[in-house]
Write a protein that binds this ligand. Sequence first.
Ligand code: FAD
Length: 398
Amino acid sequence: MQHRIIVLGAGYSGAIAAGRLAKRLRREDVAITLVNAEPDFVERVRMHQLAAGQDLEPRPLREMFAGTGVALKLAKVTSIDVDRKTVAVQSTEGTEELAYDTLVYALGSGGNDQGVPGVAEHAHQIASRPGALRLRERLAGLAEGETVLVVGGGLTGLEFVTELAETRPDLDVTLATRAELGDWLSSKGRAHLRKVIDRLGIAVYENAAVTAVGADRVTTADGRTFLAAVTVWTTGFAVHPLAAATSLELADSGRIVVDATMRSVSHPDVYAIGDAGHALGAGARPLRMSCASGTPMAWRAADSIAARLTDGKLTDTPLRYFNQCISLGREDGLIQFVTADDRAVDHALTGRFAARYKELVCKGAVWGVANPTLGIPVRRRRAVAERVEPKATARIAA
Ligand SMILES: Cc1cc2nc3c(=O)[nH]c(=O)nc-3n(C[C@H](O)[C@H](O)[C@H](O)COP(=O)(O)OP(=O)(O)OC[C@H]3O[C@@H](n4cnc5c(N)ncnc54)[C@H](O)[C@@H]3O)c2cc1C
């Protein structure tokens, strides 16, 4: 009898987890199904490039997973019943219910309007491909000198505002940030960021907490108004509401609370990874929504599931960070080295070398999807469940 593993979402974390599980376990023992709404793997870390008008390489999931032993199901997840252990999906063939023994929840996130009025109606976002494509079309129709305002001075906002200013020097590109520009970076990182922003002619409004967005303007908490033909909202990500409709234990952010093995603290048959999972990293700080967190979370979840199924060794050391990699257009970048719990240290790489480094990181992230056992020897282990039913089943469920 095969152990049924369903992985929901084929973004960075879900795709890596599915591939790694397939390498770790024998095909006779497990049936691994990867469910994704879209037929292509979406490089979310390049959505600012897509929005700015660059074309991205298509990456059909069917090709990526051909011959891996992972069954790909192109369908939209519409609900999950973690007590009955079923997932409802909708595809071109209609609705269907899938049953699982182990579920890996990796549905990622989308834009976060932070409850600010007018964002949903008037602002664009680049957290998803449809959003980035809509913005791309809108930007293509802008005339010389029109203003684009990017709200949010975090990693996504900085990457987009610099990409756009470099690609479209004819536009008036501006940035509104709640605090001071790059205030979490080292002094070298901050100085370099400021230099690039000045070189690209980007006007920056600092300490500007935007409280309302209109069709052609935003207003701030301290009463300032900034006019813009297009407003782009990049103030963080929010998870999809599917998990909130289940009995899973969630953090305030709506992310599923997991332990160091990425297993739900309320439902031991469920693992949550990537943006959807709330795990504590080094220093007991929640891992931030990022590829930098999602990839090791995926490795950890796959290894934990395989270990539990095969009586292997579990690892529960907290995950850690090494650097924050920020593109500043195609020819410049900033690699900010950080502590294990993601605080900037006084060491950063800048300029063209940093741009190359960042490009390698992006390419490496996709390569990691195709090579999910990175640095770790592949051990196809026979699942305990097959060898000693039914005792092992009880152990898996424990
Ligand atoms: C412009 C931009 C730049 C970024 N740059 C960086 C960076 O430099 N470094 C970094 O670490 N992070 C970066 N990030 C963040 C990073 O992209 C995300 O944190 C990461 O993609 C999360 O991975 P994930 O696997 O959790 O989710 P996702 O990559 O979002 O994947 C989720 C998958 O689930 C699918 N899905 C969603 N809902 C359903 C449903 N109901 N049914 C079926 N399928 C569904 C989606 O189609 C998708 O394939 C960036 C993000 C953006 C937008």
